[in-house]
Design a protein around this ligand. Structure first.
Ligand SMILES: [Zn+2]
Length: 482
């Protein structure tokens, strides 16, 4: 037959449109092509210098097309996700250079959304779930498409819905959907008509939450927890079966439940409708499900300021790392680095707060600001700056405060790196402040117009003030050791 049609005879497993297809279960090895594809996307960047912002963007974009496509079909195992994580984590922390680099923050932290204090790297496990829940939504909505008719004929015969269908002996795709079906219930609210698609106890369809939560003691001894509403609506009467007779207390609850049920207008001439409550459009959006699953309940205080700041992406990543962990000497030593844990300028143990607030170079910079702005002191740590100085002490808006903070800290960091790795030291402490001003001038076109004018004004005044500062001037008092 194949010969007559001039076709090649294939065998399983095979690939169709890049997706592995098999009559047997596909394990991690079947997805080797996926890892290859991700590596291939990152490969062209080999040997090129990439900023952390560039790496962040690439770490997410290496997932687009094939990996996302596959995650939209199969529920991948933990091992497959771990392999994808390690490809991305290695790229993010060390790029494609041969040299060893340390991973400075836990991957779970990095893959939190930005407003939750993470870097917004996609959590593939959760994204995989969300992409599959989308199928459940499409199935529940019904379709005229061939794909739907096929699924209906195979798994949802005799008026079965997705939720009453069985996953036993079904394809890997269908099994995957059944693995994530509990997530669908978080967002779905049913408008009941004929009650065929909706579970009486398990789905949300009356008073915004499932009846099993509204009447837990009745649910505990119901005959069929999976019964549909249609099963319990017989000839215009509610008929719910229980495993034992009612006690007096149960009777009271049953009356309450009946009052709720009588408030629902059934219409057997129409199908049930479903709405997605996690999105304003009331229609399923993968983003809304992902957001729901990644929401940890607490938004990060710093995050809003960092990610909204008008500075290059790599600087935002750098500030994020200041709040988590930068590769300072003490952090590197903790991770097995053989070098010294001391600051190359003053010999003190080198932590993040040391570099940015306590080291003489940092203190000089902050004292300049102290004198310029007329403060009675200066911030002593990252959290002190963010929590106390930014909202209370700056006489410019916090938005611009973050902008200036980013410029100064970035310059302290690169100056520190030059000292630590190239033994290049600055000539005069004011050099750091001037360099910081240079960076801020370079970034100022990213600011909104009125902010830009303000910043440029402040920078000009600071520059003049610094140039006229006698070498034995006030800020130096605090840094006798320089
Ligand atoms: Zn130091």
């Amino acid at each position: 037959m194949a010969n007559k049609l001039n076709c090649k005879l294939g065998s399983l497993p095979m690939k169709y449109l890049g997706i592995p297809v098999s009559d047997a279960h596909l394990g991690t090895t079947a997805f080797g092509g996926l890892f290859e594809k991700m590596n291939k996307r990152l490969e062209p960047w080999k040997g090129k210098h990439l900023s952390s912002g560039g790496k962040l963007t690439l770490t997410n974009s290496c997932l687009s097309s094939l990996p996302m496509y596959i995650m939209g079909f199969y529920w991948l195992t933990g091992a497959t996700h771990s392999k994808m994580d390690s490809i991305r984590a290695n790229f993010f922390w060390k790029g494609v250079e041969k040299s060893h680099k340390y991973h400075m923050a836990k991957w779970e932290m990095v893959s939190c959304p930005k407003d939750q204090g993470g870097l917004g790297i996609i959590n593939t496990r959760l994204m995989n779930d969300c992409l599959l829940v989308k199928w459940i939504w499409k199935i529940m909505k019904g379709s005229e498409g061939v794909w739907f008719k096929l699924l209906q004929a195979k798994y949802m015969r005799n008026g079965k819905s997705f939720f009453t269908s069985s996953s036993r002996g079904s394809s890997q795709f269908w099994q995957g959907l059944h693995k994530v079906k509990h997530l669908f219930k978080w967002g779905a609210l049913f408008k009941v008509k004929d009650g065929e698609k909706v579970s009486l106890w398990e789905d949300s369809w009356v008073n915004d939450s499932p009846l099993k939560h509204q009447f837990p003691s009745l649910y505990a001894f119901c005959e069929d927890p999976l019964a549909t509403i249609a099963d319990c609506w017989q000839d215009g009467e509610w008929d719910v079966n229980f495993r034992r007779t009612f006690s007096e207390e149960d009777m009271q609850l049953w009356e309450e439940l009946l009052t709720v049920l009588h408030g629902v207008a059934m219409d057997s001439s129409q199908s049930d409708e479903v709405m997605w409550m996690l999105d304003k459009s009331r229609s399923f959006a993968t983003k809304s499900m992902y957001r729901f699953l990644t929401f940890g309940g607490v938004t990060s205080k710093e995050a809003g300021g960092i990610w909204k700041a008008r500075v290059p992406l790599k600087i935002k990543v750098f500030i994020w790392q200041m709040f988590h962990k930068l590769p300072t000497a003490t952090e590197l030593v903790k991770r097995g680095w053989k070098g010294s844990h001391r600051c190359s300028l003053c010999g003190q143990p080198e932590s993040g707060d040391h570099i940015f607030f306590h080291c003489s170079m940092a203190r000089f910079t902050w004292c300049c600001l102290r004198d310029f702005f007329g403060w009675d002191g200066h911030p002593t740590s990252c959290s002190d700056f963010w929590g106390r100085w930014l909202p209370l002490k700056f006489n410019i808006s916090p938005r611009l405060g973050i902008f200036m903070f980013a410029g100064l800290c970035w310059v302290l960091w690169i100056t520190r790196n030059k000292m630590a790795f190239e033994q290049k030291f600055i000539n005069k402490p004011t050099e750091v402040v001037f360099l910081g001003i240079n960076f801020m001038q370079k970034w100022s076109p990213m600011l909104k117009e009125d902010d830009r004018e303000k910043v440029e004004g402040v920078l000009k005044t600071v520059t003049n003030w610094l140039q006229n500062l006698p070498t034995s001037g006030a800020p130096v008092l605090d840094i006798v050791e320089i």
